[in-house]
Structures are given as C-alpha cells and as structure tokens.
Design a protein around this ligand. Structure first.
Ligand SMILES: Nc1ncnc2c1ncn2[C@@H]1O[C@H](COP(=O)(O)OP(=O)(O)OP(=O)(O)O)[C@@H](O)[C@H]1O
Ligand SMILES: [Mg+2]
Length: 460
C-alpha cells in the first residue's frame, strides 16, 4: 500500500497543497487590506468634498442646503451618508439616521482632523470617518461620513470561493502529475523487477535491462547485474566441479568393477562370492549415479546446446530396447516395440538416447516380474511425433506426479527397496525441453504408467 510511488505522490501533493494555501492566504489578505484602504481613501475624498461645500455654504449664506449636500456623490462608495454636528454634539444636518456620536468621542473628534472607525448599523457594516473643521466664523463642526463595505466583502467572498475551487483542483492536478512522473521514473525499476523474477539457477546468463539515463536506478541495475554475474560464475564453477568429479570417479569405479569381477570368478567361496556380488551391485548404482550427475552437470554447463543431426528415431528406439533387454530378461519382463514406419528427424542422438534409456529403465525397475513394457512410436502428425513408454507396474500416486521430474525426487515407498538417484526423469525432461518437446505422464496406482513424449520434427 505505502509504496515509494505512493509516498512521492503524497509528499508532492501535500507540499503543493501547503504552498498553494499559504499563497492564497497572502493574496487574500493583501487584497483585503488594499480594498479597505481604497474604501477609506474614497471616504476621505467624500468627506473633503462635503466639507468644502459646507464651508462654502456657511460662509456665503449661513444656511445649509441639505438637497445640495445630499446630491454630492463619491467615486467607489455605496450607501454613503453623512451627518454634521456642532461642537456640543448636536446634529446640525444629516442625510440619514445614524447613532449620535457620544460626547467623549466628540471631544476626541474635535482634537483630531480625521478619525476612522468601523461600525455596525442595522446589521450592515460601515466604515466611518469623522473630520473636524473650523469655519471662518470660528465655529467648530464635526462631519461624520459613512459608507458600506458590502462591495469589498462581496469581492473578497468571490475570491474566497475561487480559492476554494482552485486549491482542490490544483491538488488533483498535482496528484495526477506526480503519479505520471513517478510512474515514468519507476518504469525501469518495474522492468528490472520483472526480469529479476524470471532469473533462476537455469538462466543466470540473463541480465537486467538498464535505463538509458545514467541515474541511481541504472547504478542499482548495474550492481545487480554484477551480482548475477558473480552468482553465475559461482554456479558454473560448482557445476564444473560436479562434472569433473563425476568424470574422475568413473575410471576408478570401472577398474574396481573389473577387478571385483575377476576376483569373483577366481574365488570359489560362497560367502565371499556373495559379498563380492553385493559390492558389485553397489558399484553399479554408484556408477549410474556418477553418470547421471555428469549428464546433468553437462546439461547445466552447455545449456540449450544441442548437437543436432539427422537421425532415425525408430532405429534409436530399437537400439535402446536392445541395450535394456538384458535387464528386462533378468526380471522376466517382455519389451514390445511397435514401429510403423521409419521416422527421420533432426535431434541430438546421444541426449535422446539417454531419455529413452531412462524411461525404459524406470518401466523395468518399477514393474513386477513377468509383466510387460510397450514402446510405441506414433506417426508424424503435423510437425510432431509421439513416443509412448507404457508399463503395468506399481504406478505413481497423483500426489507425487507434480514432483517426479524434480531433481533427486524419489517416491518414499520405493526409496528403500529399489535403488536409484532420482535424476533420470529430471534429465529426460531437460533434454525434451531442449528439443522444444513435451513429456507427460499418466498413471494408475498398481495398474499402469504411461510416459508420453512429443517432439517437433522441424527443429533446426
Ligand atoms: N514407470 C514408473 N512407474 C512407477 N513409478 C515411477 C516410474 N517412473 C518414475 N517413477 C517414480 O518417479 C521417481 C523419479 O524417477 P527417476 O527416474 O527420476 O528416478 P529414479 O528412477 O528413482 O532414479 P534414477 O533414474 O536416477 O536411477 C521414481 O523414484 C519413482 O518413484
Ligand atoms: Mg529412473
């Protein structure tokens, strides 16, 4: 949930939100101050115009014409009003109803030329200006002018609602932009993660795709690629060691086997002969294991390298049956090979041979004495051929089927009774995969097991 991408989007949006709010608050406040200042300036101009008129009228005919005074208007003001007091605080004239100025305030007003005040009159807010002046006849007057600040508030409200729309809209736009920016920034990381998911011990030659930009992501990718390189090297060294060790063990094993066979023939002691036979059987298992290990190590080292040549699959199968016949006869098992036509195709002969030998070996090994093994080579259909190896042996339980192609997997039930290393099917599957074919199994416990191989005939 809290991915780096999400945190970046959140940080961007929050930071922008805070900045936008501060910016909006500054603009709102300065607009407010400027608007009120303008209102007060206009009020002052209004007051000066009125005062000039009042002074002129008092000087000329000592009488004030309310109509004339009321006709004086001021720029930028609404609901402007005035009232004129004498120095005792009595109203001389007025064009509207105001509260009278308290006597204390009159004294204050007389001393100062201009006094500004805000007042709420009948639910409306007014800016008030008192200005005192002296006429030529030394009489002191106080002129109170007022104007509503409704206009300013309406303008400020409009601005407030505009910000109320702009800030969330800005946040949404920032969030979307941040999403696309971070998506683009993390795309190489996602691509590297996808490749990394597919890297396993089998394809350590794969490398992560690096972004073009020489940035931190590329540096990380380069470091990971170097790490994969080191792991690949370590894996290859280990596989080379297994291959070399298996190869080196094979020669002394053959020597020991030959020597024991000679000894077996020379010695005529039942007990000793029995021991030699046991030793020979163990050596056989050991040499099978070393040859399986060698095959699998070679497959690992020279991955996807097939030594392709034009071969006759029918002949190869007949050859394998021939090789395994001795073991079958020993167990009184009849191998039936069903070949319709000659089948020619491109394949790695030695590798395919080990596939067939492993399957026939299993069919014999896991069958009861007196049963039969059937090998059927199907006709070419499309670009494929089919080979079935069927036995009527112990069978494989459905729960084990998913694991039988794993290296070193052996069924628990037969582990103690029948020798084996659990590598035969793993080798078979890897070779069939290299040929871009498929190997499948169907089995019924205690009834039969069928291994089915499909191979493409158009391999190049
Ligand atoms: N034809 C079969 N019938 C019954 N079980 C089988 C058959 N073929 C394979 N299996 C089961 O699958 C397991 C794996 O087979 P695999 O050939 O890989 O190893 P293995 O025969 O035990 O040893 P290895 O072939 O290396 O000598 C076997 O241990 C066995 O339990
Ligand atoms: Mg086997």
């Amino acid at each position: 949930m809290f991915t780096i991408k999400f945190k970046i989007i959140l940080a961007y949006t929050l930071a922008f939100g805070v900045l936008l709010t501060i910016f909006a608050a500054i603009i709102y406040n300065s607009t407010r101050e400027a608007a009120f200042m303008k209102l007060d300036t206009n009020l002052k101009s209004y007051s000066i115009s009125l005062r000039t008129e009042i002074e002129d009228e008092l000087d000329d005919h000592e009488q004030l014409d309310l109509k004339k005074l009321s006709a004086i208007r001021a720029k930028g003001l609404i609901e402007e009003k005035f009232q004129l007091f004498n120095s005792k605080g009595e109203v001389v004239t007025k064009d509207s109803t105001f509260y009278n100025i308290p006597t204390d305030d009159i004294k204050k007003a007389v001393k100062n030329t201009f006094i500004y005040e805000k007042k709420r009159v009948k639910h409306r807010k007014y800016h008030i200006l008192w200005s005192s002046f002296e006429t030529a006849k030394d009489s002191v007057y106080i002129l109170e002018t007022a104007a509503s600040d409704r206009d300013v508030h309406e303008e400020l409200d409009r601005m407030f609602y505009l910000f109320l729309f702009i800030i969330p809209a800005g946040l949404i736009i920032t969030g979307i932009t941040a999403y696309f920016i971070s998506k683009a920034a993390f795309k190489p990381v996602a691509r590297m993660a996808d490749t990394a998911k597919n890297i396993s011990g089998k394809n350590l030659d794969m490398r992560l795709e690096l972004p073009k930009a020489r940035d931190e992501v590329r540096a990380l990718g380069e470091t990971l690629n170097e790490m994969i390189e080191r792991i690949d090297y370590a894996f290859k060294s280990q596989k080379r060691f297994v291959a070399n060790a298996s190869h080196e063990i094979r020669t002394p094993l053959t020597v020991i086997q030959t020597e024991l066979e000679i000894l077996d023939k020379k010695i005529k002691d039942t007990e000793l002969n029995e021991s030699i036979k046991n030793a020979l059987s163990e050596i056989e298992s050991l040499s099978k294991l070393t040859s399986s290990l060698l095959t699998i190590a070679k497959l690992d080292i020279s991955q996807d390298k097939l030594n392709l040549s034009q071969i006759r699959i029918d002949e190869l199968l007949a050859d394998c049956v021939q090789t395994m016949n001795q073991a079958a006869v020993k167990k009184n098992i009849q191998i039936t090979l069903s070949l319709d036509d000659a089948v020619e195709m491109k394949a790695d002969k030695e590798k395919l041979k080990s596939v067939f030998l492993n399957l026939i070996d299993n069919a014999i090994k896991y069958s009861m004495s007196g049963s039969g093994v059937t090998i059927v080579l199907g006709k070419i259909t499309g670009n494929k051929i089919n080979i079935n190896v069927e036995d009527s042996g112990i069978g494989i339980s459905p729960s084990e089927i998913p694991y039988i192609f794993n290296r070193f997997y052996r069924s628990n039930e037969i582990r103690a009774e029948i020798s084996g290393s659990g590598l035969g099917l793993a080798i078979a599957k890897e070779i069939v995969d290299l040929h871009r074919g498929e190997i499948k199994v169907k089995s019924e416990i205690g009834v039969k097991t069928v291994f089915n191989i499909t191979l493409p005939t158009n391999l190049s």
